[in-house]
Design a binder for this molecule. Sequence first.
Ligand SMILES: Cc1cc2nc3c(=O)[nH]c(=O)nc-3n(C[C@H](O)[C@H](O)[C@H](O)COP(=O)(O)O)c2cc1C
Length: 419
Amino acid sequence: MTDDLLARPLALPAGPALPNRFAKSAMSERMGDRDFGPTDALVTLYRRWAAGGAGLLITGNVMIDRAHRAETGNVVLEGGRHADAFAAWARSTEGTPARLWMQINHPGRQTPRFLDPASVAPSAVPLAIGGGTSATPRALTHDEILDVIARFATTASLAQEAGFDGVQIHGAHGYLVSQFLSPRSNLRDDDWGGDDERRRRFLLEVVRAMRAAVGPGYPIGVKLNSADFQRGGFTEEASMAVIEALEGEGIDLIEVSGGTYEKAVMFEETMPQGASSEAREAYFSDYAAKLRERVIVPVMVTGGFRTRAGMEAALADGATDLVGLARPLAFEPDLPQRLLDGATDAATPVKPATGFKTLDGMVQGGWYGAQLKRLGRGDESSPKLSRLRAVWECLTTGPRKPRGPLGRLCLSRRSSSPG
Ligand SMILES: Cc1cc2nc3c(=O)[nH]c(=O)nc-3n(C[C@H](O)[C@H](O)[C@H](O)COP(=O)(O)O)c2cc1C
């Protein structure tokens, strides 16, 4: 009987109902071509996920401006370029009930210097990690902020034209939207900063501009931090107030995550410090349960779901409407279908293993990214990657914290951590 919970369709305010409660959360694929267009590997990868049973697939972050990218290999959608390739990507779900949404992002200051030596942000506050591998950003002017807002809307409208079923604004994990929301990175005292209401204005204006561009029947979602878990940063209360305001704008789905690359709680496998410690499997569920008392907008909790019991409990007590899954689907792309069929009760536990012990803790993002590349080539995932592959991923994706000479080398060459 409880199986029905995961199989039940979910009606959204805009667009058709989602066929079930599984959502593949964004994972940066880094499979763009040299001109930042989508490659065939993305089509292969998303065909695999579409056949894997999740009712909603959210792409990895697509950038709105080729001058400001978060990672090597990012796809950029900013004009009429690559229209056929984007349309082919959008068609990857054909023949399945899965819906495909594009995640849209601007990195702001959270980008390596070698990719973006002239990064921009709400204020000229550098990242507190990375030992200078990211440039100190320049504060955006009022007119530039309006331009960035317009770019978010243009990208959404191009995604709609290409055939994507919806869009999601990346408002989490320390990228530009999240930089505007945090008092640590937004020191402005104008229309765009100074108090919570002005700090959230940027996101609300992005949503308004997007809605005007795509019309009323097209789903727009936002991925938002429950908090950034940093002193003086974006708080749980501020986050809930943002979501109330977003609900007023007619948003269709809120995905709850948390953390930034300065405090990367979204990659914990267990509860982040400072979060309430009720024994829930998905570590942002407690926040989501409180949120449900304030808003009725559909909610997707992502981070830590691994077992059918944990997923069903979160759906049954109303903490979430959708079960967001990222890392498990890099390794087991058909996990949702197997859970729906009763063929399994949990994700297979995997530990990133590279063959180099010291690398294992540092290359998580790269390890999962390498699994995506295998799936994009039409291969199976692999619990053990070759040492060469691991070192390569380390050099091109990099750790979050340098440890030892190899760690420092990886960090100095990193193309930013994923997502
Ligand atoms: C390789 C990789 C890439 C990611 N890229 C993104 C991204 O582009 N956008 C995003 O919002 N989150 C990104 N994330 C974070 C995931 O969406 C998710 O929030 C996080 O992995 C926790 O969920 P999980 O426990 O199911 O993996 C990425 C995670 C991984 C492992």
